[in-house]
Design a protein around this ligand. Structure first.
Ligand code: PMV
Length: 323
């Protein structure tokens, strides 16, 4: 019988964003999304079978806080309710991120946990089943199961599918961590508020669907410029919907806006890079592999950027140790 499993998963950054749920209980996305998994952001999770009837959770060597504990225990219950696992477990999860910025940690966290739990499952789970399960933990985690360039369509119970493996992706992203960037409202609550009160929510949903189709076509042609243009426009459309939410979900800081302006100036001078921003103030800069070093140096020169790191494409979640 399996007693201990360690799995690794990489965080992913969406080029076409997921923002909005059709059914909150099972994280059914209201928008289709496309993402790139990055090697600079990963989570290692070890799951141990334990006696007794209470699960235990340690995140980054500290006991999980109450709300995280509740969310993770709920995730294990989901697996037990589906009769995939039995008994109780101790979970130790460690995030390997450039800083404790919280950047996309739920994606790599739930993907690593789902992959590790699969080592205890009563039957073999394929990648699509695992992606669906990870999605119920966190919507974006579904895309960290296949990794590389992955798409998560909308549907009654969607799973993410890999479009291109890491080794075939000739681009990367620079992760720019900006100062003073504490997340105020998390994505779960933020999506609920946008749905309830943003006057642009419906427009966002229809634009997101168009962007998804255009992005898939651009990827098929490996048309980097078109991919970048859609990526930026999609992030701005999501943020327009967020900013118009009542109360406003304005995640940007002055430095975020300074980077947005700088990116367009760099492009004018011939450096082809495009930004995207999640539910926070950090900025991700998409560029061709050959330009990554140049972009990271440019970003470091902007006041208010506390850290800038090169991220290369990463593959999907994997079990790295099992006994
Ligand atoms: O998986 P969640 O619930 O953290 O939602 C992710 C939302 C965004 O990061 C803003 C967009 C995305 O598609 O990753």
């Amino acid at each position: 019988m399996t007693s201990r499993v360690t799995a690794r998963a990489y965080a992913n950054i969406a080029l076409c964003k997921y923002w909005g749920k059709l059914k909150a209980e099972i994280n059914l996305p209201a928008t289709p999304s496309i993402s790139l998994a990055l090697d600079v952001l990963h989570t290692d999770t070890t799951v141990l079978r334990i006696d007794g009837n209470v699960d235990q959770f340690q995140i980054d060597n500290k006991p999980a806080d109450e709300s995280t504990h509740k969310r993770l225990a709920g995730f294990l219950d989901l697996w037990r309710d589906k009769n995939l696992i039995e008994g109780c477990f101790s979970i130790e999860s460690e995030n390997h991120f450039p800083t404790a910025s919280g950047l996309a940690s739920s994606a790599s966290g739930f993907a690593a946990l789902a992959m590790a739990l699969s080592g205890f499952a009563k039957r073999k789970l394929n990648k699509m089943e695992l992606s669906r399960l990870a999605r119920e933990g966190s919507g974006s985690a579904a895309r960290s199961i296949p990794g590389g360039l992955a798409k998560l369509p909308v549907g009654s119970d969607p799973a993410a599918i890999q479009i291109l493996p890491a080794g075939e992706i000739p681009w990367g992203m620079v992760v720019a961590i900006v100062e003073g960037a504490e997340k105020k409202i998390g994505s779960r609550e933020g999506m609920r508020l946008s749905d309830q009160s943003s006057p642009y929510y419906k427009n966002w949903l229809s634009q997101a669907k168009q962007d998804y189709s255009s992005m898939l076509a651009a990827i098929k042609q490996m048309d980097f410029k078109r991919i970048g243009v859609i990526c930026e426009a999609n992030a701005l459309a999501m943020h327009a919907c967020m900013i118009a939410t009542r109360p406003s979900l304005l995640y940007w800081t002055k430095t975020t806006v300074d980077i947005i302006h700088a990116v367009s100036a760099w492009r004018d001078s011939g450096l082809e890079t495009f930004f995207t921003i999640d539910a926070g103030s950090h900025v991700l800069l998409l560029c061709k592999t050959d330009d990554l070093e140049k972009v990271v140096e440019e970003v470091k020169s902007i006041k208010g950027v506390v850290l800038a790191k090169v991220g290369s494409p990463a593959d999907g979640a994997q079990i790295i140790e099992m006994s």
